[in-house]
Write a protein that binds this ligand. Sequence first.
Ligand code: ZN
Ligand code: ZN
Ligand code: ZN
Length: 368
Amino acid sequence: MSSTTRSNAGPNTVKTETPQSLNAPTKTKKTSVKIEVPSRSKVTTKKTSEASGSTRKKVVKCEPADKKIKTEAGASVVQRKKSITVKKEPTPKVPKEKKTRVSKKKPAFTLPPEASLYLDQSMRGRVVRAMKQKMFVISREADARDNSIEKFEVLGSVGNNYTVVMGPSIKCSCMDFALRRVHCKHILMVLLKVYRLPIDNLMFRTLSPNKALRLESRSYRRTVDPSILVPEEIRQKILSIGYQNHPDAKPIVPENTATRRSLDTSDCPICFEEFEQEAITTIDFCKTCGNNVHNECFKMWASTKGSNVTCVYCRNKWVVEKPAASGFHKNSVRQLNSSHVNEKYYANFAQELGISRKRDLSMYRKDY
Ligand SMILES: [Zn+2]
Ligand SMILES: [Zn+2]
Ligand SMILES: [Zn+2]
């Protein structure tokens, strides 16, 4: 009987997960056999039921869900759902484990009744989407000169990277904001899930909050909604791909980093002066070939190279050992490879998040 179960179960996924003991005769306790459904197939079962409700269409993998029911008589019955049609999309294959890392939890959210007092219909729709959709914050920093201004790097529902600024004028780099100049769902996500403001807060009704309002909104509640957080490993990876000098990014250092060559092996390749041991802190070296160069000289050289800074000697990409403490900036989309750029020329990290780049439009045609 248990062998039937195995062959009925879906391909690949379940097969590897199925405990071997399934086949082996268990220590016979009367006739009742309890079969554990591997947890992964439970997840997919959920997905299919959602898909049939047409709320989600991005089901990647799906097998007919088997349900084992322990009957009184002791024999377990295998029920099969058969008639589920699932489209397999040609999405880039992401290793399974990555997918599970990002939280799938969707908080149940309905607008409070007072929402219609404060927000018009399109705004209510965006509020609901901001609450329901998976969006993430990968970087949050206060402005160095005015700490009432905060900048957020967010990943939207299909993994696009946008910048939200909560300052004297609230801004987002997305198309919705550029076209309509209203609170887009990314701005709303920050208000709702980072600041966790109630819907009657003034921040929902102005894009030009004064300093007092900004500071007050920010300290409204202490903890952010955990659903916006990306696992640290993935976050660091995204920051190192998408940004220059982000303090949290892991610097990409070649496998075998060269050590500095002795200062007397050569002169500076740019100014042709000798190096002086006392001035070692002003002398940088290539992490690939180990050759030395004056910091100032290298800066000059690098400024002529644009984004593609290479070593004067070996022409390999120049590796910055320690990212600067402040002043990170986004890489332009030209510096990213195509898997990290979407069709509207936004940086996209769906791959790292293990999510689909395809927009779920089912939430856009409802009235709230
Ligand atoms: Zn936006
Ligand atoms: Zn020099
Ligand atoms: Zn070099």
